[in-house]
Design a protein around this ligand. Structure first.
Ligand SMILES: Cc1cc2nc3c(=O)[nH]c(=O)nc-3n(C[C@H](O)[C@H](O)[C@H](O)COP(=O)(O)OP(=O)(O)OC[C@H]3O[C@@H](n4cnc5c(N)ncnc54)[C@H](O)[C@@H]3O)c2cc1C
Length: 425
């Protein structure tokens, strides 16, 4: 990545509260910590560190929230991808540790929205919907965990009829509703957190792709026009990271796309989602949707496409949206955009060290809004010398994906085909 790009054609970029302009990195700087990448992982890390009094510099190739963090479905979903694998490796207490960690990000987000008065349309309420009987079994098992760990928010199973009444569609055979999850405007959250970090002394540079990282007792992050020398470097480029071959080789890039309708009439809103819930289906090639604050349906899904043409994205997702909501057939689509998710082979997020003072976190496998916020805290703990939760992730060996950086698009296409078959079963 050598040249910098503006925000994508998303609903979020069109409705951002304030697109603050941060300067390009010029000249040689020094800091306690240099973070590479200003998505949720990078900004969350920077804010945790700034709150603890560290001098942090964040270097972003494009804009704050330019990557997946400013383009996603905005669904704040509990759990960590691959958590059962991690729980197994932690012994008796594993399930409890992973359960707690899987909700910790929500509390960080809620707290920050309150502390820093971040206006990002946060709403509580979420439905995991079932398409097949085996999905209902999974939801019942999940419900047992809510009961076992005394989940503090309300939750309940919905029958087929209740799901239909709640969502105005016959597409699902049941659902699990929980009010601990919710939805928000992710770009406004990221921008608000960046502003909070800056208010506490952090420095952010935009339009500054990092082209080299020099190892040493202190590490130096190099861009075309400047550098930051720091005691610690945190790499937070996730699926958009092209610098360190080791990190690229352990992550699958998977594209996901979203369309946004025009604002819906009130009677339509009351028919399809009167409780304003976020919704996610259980398929691997999953579909997810919710209403925006101005009552557009934001409908997301994956398909094999490597471009960013809004018309192609609309043409692909519209039929899928109409399958669930035929009543929207005369509704105009105003937006279509996509982004890249970092998926790992075992679905477990990856945290580790490239050198004693260069650490990374990536690969939330589609589950990033919540987990990036925990990751930021873990990165900050690691810098501060508390390594317990870092070690949980670092001890799980990432699976290398041979040659994936050479065959990026073919691998993504093959993966999509495989998961389409799994979803049909
Ligand atoms: C369409 C879509 C829908 C999604 N929906 C959801 C959802 O509803 N709920 C959910 O929980 N998760 C969702 N996700 C996943 C979630 O958005 C991600 O897991 C999360 O945002 C990852 O954050 P990040 O900061 O690690 O990476 P990113 O947000 O991708 O940020 C990485 C940043 O690093 C920068 N960067 C990379 N290389 C360099 C370099 N060399 N120099 C400087 N900067 C660099 C990039 O420009 C980018 O800004 C979705 C993702 C997509 C794409």
């Amino acid at each position: 990545m050598t040249s910098s790009q503006p925000h994508t054609t998303s609903y979020y970029a069109a409705t951002a509260n304030q697109l603050a302009e941060y300067p390009c990195l010029e000249g040689d700087k020094s800091a306690d910590v240099c973070v590479v990448g200003a998505g949720f992982t990078g900004i969350s890390t920077a804010l945790h560190l700034a709150e603890r009094g560290y001098n942090v510099h964040v270097v972003e190739a494009n804009k704050v929230g330019w990557g997946a963090s400013g383009r996603n479905g905005g669904q704040m979903i509990g759990g960590i991808s691959g958590d059962s694998k991690m729980a197994d490796s932690l012994g008796d207490e594993g399930e409890r540790i992973m359960w707690d960690m899987g909700w910790a990000g929500h509390e960080i987000i809620r707290q920050r929205i309150k502390t820093y008065s971040i206006d990002c349309d946060l709403k509580s309420g979420y439905l995991d919907v079932a398409i097949k009987p085996r999905h209902m079994k999974d939801l019942e098992a999940y419900l047992n965990l809510f009961e076992k760990y005394k989940f503090p928010y309300s939750y309940k199973m919905l029958s087929k009829q209740e799901t239909q009444d709640t969502l105005g569609t016959k597409a699902y055979i049941g659902a699990l509703q929980n009010d601990g999850n919710g939805h928000l405007h992710p770009l406004n959250l990221c921008l608000g957190e960046a502003k909070a970090a800056v208010s506490l002394g952090a420095t952010i540079y935009e339009g500054s792709p990092v082209i080299d990282i020099k190892r040493g007792k202190k590490a130096t992050v190099v861009t075309e026009k400047g550098s930051v020398t720091a005691d610690f470097v945190v790499l937070a480029g996730n699926a958009y990271h092209f610098l360190e071959p080791k990190l690229r080789g352990i992550l699958f890039p998977v594209n996901s796309f979203i369309i946004g309708t025009e604002p819906l009439p009130e009677q339509m809103v009351n028919e399809i989602n009167p409780q304003d819930l976020a919704v996610c289906d259980p398929n691997y090639i999953l579909e997810y949707f919710r209403l925006s604050a101005d009552k557009r349906l934001l409908f997301g899904g994956r398909f094999t496409y490597f471009g960013s043409d809004p018309e192609v994205i609309k043409a692909n997702l519209r039929p899928r949206m109409l399958k669930i909501y035929p009543q929207l057939k005369n509704i105009k689509l105003d937006f279509g955009w996509g982004g890249t998710i970092g998926v790992t082979a075992n679905r477990v997020p990856q945290m580790g060290k490239l050198a004693p003072n260069i650490i990374y976190s990536q690969g939330y496998s589609g589950h990033g809004v919540n987990v990036t916020h925990v990751a930021g805290q873990i990165m900050a703990d690691t810098v501060g010398g508390t390594l317990e939760r870092f070690d949980i992730f670092a001890n799980i060996k990432p699976m290398r994906i041979p040659g994936q950086h050479l065959l990026r698009n073919q691998m993504v296409a093959l993966g999509m085909m495989y998961y389409k078959i799994v979803d049909r079963l």
